[in-house]
Design a protein around this ligand. Structure first.
Ligand SMILES: [Fe+2]
Length: 450
C-alpha cells in the first residue's frame, strides 16, 4: 500500500477513535456523517450511505437505520429488512468482504466478494434459495437505480453492526486494490464507532434503569420509615408529629452544616426513627399527664437502647441510623444516657438529633407544660450549649433559623412547623444574633453581612 494511503487511514482511524468516545447521539451522527464524507472525498466516490443494522437486543425489529447519506437521489432514504439469513451471509463473508451489487436478473452465483488481496472469489454462501431470497436479490434493483455498486458489511465482535453502501468513482475508473483496502479500513473504523456507540447507549440505558430502581427503592424506604414514625407518635398522644418534626429539624441542621445530600437524607431518617424504642415502653408511662417518678423515668429511659436493638438488624441505606437513635439522649458533659458518653464520643448525627428533639420538646405543648416562648428557648439554648448541646450544632441551627427570618430561604420550613404566629423576625433576629455572637465570635460579621 502507498505510504500516503497508509497515512490517510491512520489519521482516519484517529478520527473514528475520537468518535468512540461520543455517547451523545447528535455528536455521534455528526461523526458518522463526517466519516462518510471523508471516505467519499478521499476516493472521489460520487455517493454513499451508512446504515445501521438491527441490534440483537431487539430481535423482532429487522429494519435498518439510516445514519448518513450523500449524493443519492433526492428523497432516497435507504431502509432495508435484514433477515437472519442475510446477516448470516454478511457475517460469513471473508474478512472485510466487499459485496458487489449485481443486476437481479443476473445469475446469483455471479455475486462475488473480494478477498483481502482484492482477488474476486466465488462465495457459495451468497447463493440464494426460493424460500429465502437474499438481501441483494431483494434490493439489487433499488440499489442499482441509486447508483450503488458496493456493499461493505461492518462486522464488529461477530455482530453485523451496519452496512456501507458506495457508488462508483467520479472518474468512472474501477476501484484498485489499494482503493478497496482504504475503503475496508475506513468502513471498519466507522463500524467500531457504531458498535461502541451502541454499547455506550446500552450502558447508559442500564444505568438509567438502575438509577430509577434505586430511586424507587429509596422512596419506598422513606415512605415506610415515615409511616413507621407516625406509628411511633400515635403511641404518644401528647406529641403527635414529634418524630416527623425532629426529622425535619435534623435535616435542616445537617444541610446548614454542609452535609452531602445522602447524609442529609440519612439525618431526616434518623430523626424520624430516633424514638422507635418507645414502642417497647408502656403506653401509660409515655402518656402520663404528670411528671413521672424515678421508676417510670428509668423505664422510659430504656427507649434509646431499645431503639438501637430494633434498628440494628435492619440494613439502612444510610450509615449510623441505629447509633443516632441510641445516643440521642447523651450529653456533652457525660450526664446523659444510656452510656454517659462525652463530647467526642458522641456521633455528630446523634448530637443533631438531640438538639432537634429538645427544640421540638420546648416548642410544643406537653401535658404538664405549655410550649416555651422563643426568648425562653434562646435562654435554654444559651444555658445548655456546652453541657448538653454541641455548640457547632446549635450555631448551625441558629444560622438556618436566622436565614429564614431574614427572608433568605424560599422554603419557610420553621414557620410551617412552628405555626405562623410563633416566630417574630423583629424580636427574634436580635436574640439569635446575640446568641450566635456568644457561641461563635466569627458569627457576628457573617450574620450581619447576611
Ligand atoms: Fe427520645
Amino acid at each position: 500500500m502507498e505510504p500516503n494511503t497508509q497515512k490517510l487511514i491512520h489519521s482516519f482511524g484517529a478520527l473514528a477513535d475520537l468518535g468512540q468516545e461520543v455517547a451523545d447521539t447528535g455528536d455521534f451522527m455528526e461523526m458518522v456523517r463526517t466519516s462518510l464524507h471523508l471516505l467519499l472525498g478521499t476516493l472521489a466516490i460520487r455517493r454513499g450511505a451508512i446504515i445501521e443494522c438491527p441490534t440483537h437486543l431487539l430481535p423482532e425489529d429487522k429494519s435498518t437505520n439510516l445514519l448518513a447519506v450523500w449524493g443519492v437521489g433526492e428523497d432516497y432514504q435507504p431502509k432495508f429488512d435484514v433477515e437472519d439469513a442475510d446477516s448470516g451471509v454478511f457475517l460469513n463473508a471473508p474478512d472485510g468482504a466487499i459485496v458487489l451489487v449485481q443486476s437481479p436478473e443476473s445469475d446469483v452465483e455471479r455475486e462475488v466478494s473480494t478477498g483481502s488481496g482484492g482477488d474476486r472469489v466465488e462465495d457459495s454462501t451468497l447463493k440464494t434459495s426460493d424460500t429465502s431470497p437474499l438481501f441483494f436479490v431483494r434490493y439489487s434493483a433499488e440499489l442499482q437505480q441509486q447508483g450503488i455498486e458496493l456493499i461493505i458489511p461492518m462486522v464488529v465482535r461477530g455482530e453485523l453492526t451496519g452496512l456501507a453502501l458506495l457508488g462508483g468513482k467520479a472518474s468512472a475508473d474501477s476501484f484498485t486494490d489499494d482503493d478497496l483496502e482504504v475503503i475496508k479500513s475506513m468502513v471498519r473504523h466507522i463500524g467500531v464507532g457504531i458498535h461502541t456507540h451502541r454499547l455506550l447507549g446500552e450502558v447508559k440505558q442500564q444505568a438509567l434503569e438502575n438509577r430509577r430502581l434505586y430511586e424507587d427503592l429509596r422512596a419506598i424506604y422513606r415512605d415506610t420509615v415515615r409511616a413507621f414514625a407516625a406509628a411511633i407518635d400515635i403511641k404518644d398522644k401528647y406529641t403527635k408529629g414529634h418524630s416527623d418534626r425532629v426529622g425535619k429539624y435534623s435535616e435542616i441542621i445537617a444541610r446548614e452544616l454542609g452535609f452531602g445530600e445522602e447524609e442529609i437524607e440519612g439525618m431526616l431518617i434518623a430523626g424520624y426513627l430516633h424514638d422507635v424504642g418507645k414502642l417497647v415502653v408502656e403506653r401509660d408511662i409515655i402518656n402520663a399527664p404528670y411528671r413521672i417518678d424515678a421508676k417510670q423515668s428509668s423505664e422510659l429511659n430504656r427507649h434509646p437502647a431499645a431503639g438501637f436493638e430494633i434498628l440494628s438488624p435492619i440494613h439502612h441505606p444510610y450509615a449510623d441510623i441505629p447509633l443516632m437513635a441510641k445516643y440521642h439522649h447523651e450529653r456533652m458533659d457525660g450526664r446523659g444516657y444510656p452510656d454517659g458518653l462525652t463530647d467526642k464520643q458522641i456521633p455528630l448525627g446523634a448530637k443533631i438529633v438531640t438538639l432537634a428533639d429538645s427544640f421540638d420538646a420546648m416548642t410544643t405543648d406537653r401535658p404538664y407544660k405549655a410550649r416555651r416562648t422563643f426568648d425562653e428557648v434562646i435562654h435554654d439554648l444559651r444555658r445548655n450549649t456546652g453541657p448538653q448541646f454541641d455548640p457547632i450544632v446549635v450555631v448551625a441551627f441558629c444560622r438556618a433559623l436566622m436565614k429564614e427570618l431574614n427572608g433568605e430561604t424560599k422554603d419557610r420550613r420553621f414557620h410551617k412547623i412552628l405555626g405562623k404566629n410563633y416566630l417574630d423576625a423583629t424580636k427574634d433576629i436580635p436574640l439569635l444574633t446575640q446568641l450566635l455572637a456568644e457561641l461563635d465570635p466569627n458569627v457576628k460579621t457573617a450574620a450581619a453581612g447576611g
